[in-house]
Write a protein that binds this ligand. Structure first.
Ligand code: SAM
Length: 234
C-alpha cells in the first residue's frame, strides 16, 4: 500500500485517496442505474443471481466463525448468501448496498422475522456516510462489486474502508471477474483480476489463504469467469 507521509492526518497504511476532501453528494446516476437493474427484471434472471452461492459457502466454512461473528456483505444486492447465513443461525449480519430497491427485494424474500435479524445499510462504498461508522467485522464479503471500481481513487477508498473495518485476524472473501472474465456487467465497465492483483490491492496486512477460479453459469445459460479469494488480516 502507498503511504501518505506528506499528510499527518493519515495513518501509515492508508492509501492516498483517504486525504481527498470528502465527497458528500450521493451518486444519483449510479443509484438509479442499480435500482433500475433490480426493478426491470426478476431477481432470478439477473446475470449474477445464484440459487446457492456454493463457492462462497466453501470459503465461509474455512473461516470457522462463531455464530455471533459480525459478517458484512457489501454490495449484497439480493444475494442468497444472506438467506444462507440466516439459515445457518448467524446472528450478527449486516447487508449493504447502494440500491435500496435491491435490499428491499432481499428483505421481502427473507420475510419479516429473518429480515429483522439483519442490519441494513444503504450506502455507497466509495463515499460512505454510515458504513465507515459500524462496528468492526469478522468477515467482509464481496462478490462482484469491487470489480466495478475501475478508477484507482475508488479502489483506494474501498480498500481504506475495508482496512478500517476488518478486525485483526478477521477474514475477507473477495470474488471478482478473472482475467478471462467479462469486461462489462449490467452495462458498466469492470476491471478483471487474478489472485496476485487482488493481493496487491489488499496490501501486506492481509494474507491470501486460498484462491480459485470459478465458472459461474448465468440464468441465461452463458458463463462468467470469476476468481474467488479468501484473505485473513494479520
Ligand atoms: C453484480 S451485483 C452483485 C450483487 C451481489 N453481491 C451478488 O453476488 O448477488 C453488484 C452489486 O453492487 C452494488 N453496488 C454497486 N456499486 C456500489 C457502491 N458504490 N456501493 C455499494 N454497492 C454498490 C449494486 O447495487 C449491486 O447490487
Amino acid at each position: 500500500m502507498k503511504t501518505t507521509s506528506e499528510n499527518s492526518s493519515c495513518s501509515i497504511n492508508e492509501k492516498s485517496a483517504c486525504c481527498s476532501p470528502k465527497e458528500t453528494k450521493p451518486n444519483n446516476d449510479l443509484i438509479a442505474h442499480w435500482d433500475s437493474a433490480y426493478e426491470k427484471s426478476p431477481i432470478e434472471k439477473l446475470g449474477w443471481y445464484e440459487k446457492i452461492p456454493e463457492p462462497t459457502i466453501e470459503l465461509l466454512n474455512k473461516c470457522q466463525l462463531t455464530k455471533h461473528a459480525h459478517i458484512l456483505n457489501v454490495g449484497a444486492g439480493a444475494t442468497t448468501f444472506v438467506d444462507v447465513l440466516c439459515q445457518l443461525s448467524y446472528t450478527n449480519i449486516t447487508a449493504n448496498d447502494i440500491s435500496v430497491k435491491s435490499l428491499d427485494f432481499l428483505k421481502r424474500r427473507l420475510g419479516t422475522e429473518k429480515s429483522k435479524q439483519v442490519k441494513w445499510i444503504v450506502d455507497d462504498l466509495t463515499n460512505s456516510n454510515t458504513l465507515d461508522k459500524i462496528a468492526p467485522v469478522d468477515l467482509w464479503y464481496d462478490r462482484a462489486v469491487f470489480h466495478f471500481f475501475t478508477e484507482q481513487k475508488d479502489q483506494n477508498v474501498y480498500m481504506n474502508l475495508l482496512s478500517k473495518l476488518v478486525k485483526p485476524k478477521g477474514y475477507v472473501i473477495l470474488a471478482a471477474f478473472n482475467l478471462e472474465g467479462a469486461t462489462t456487467c449490467s452495462g458498466l465497465p469492470v476491471k478483471q483480476y487474478d489472485q496476485t492483483m487482488l493481493q496487491n490491492q489488499m496490501g501486506n496486512s492481509f494474507t491470501l489463504l486460498e484462491s480459485f477460479d470459478y465458472t459461474y453459469s448465468m440464468p441465461s445459460g452463458a458463463t462468467r469467469e470469476y476468481v474467488y479469494t479468501l484473505f485473513q488480516r494479520k
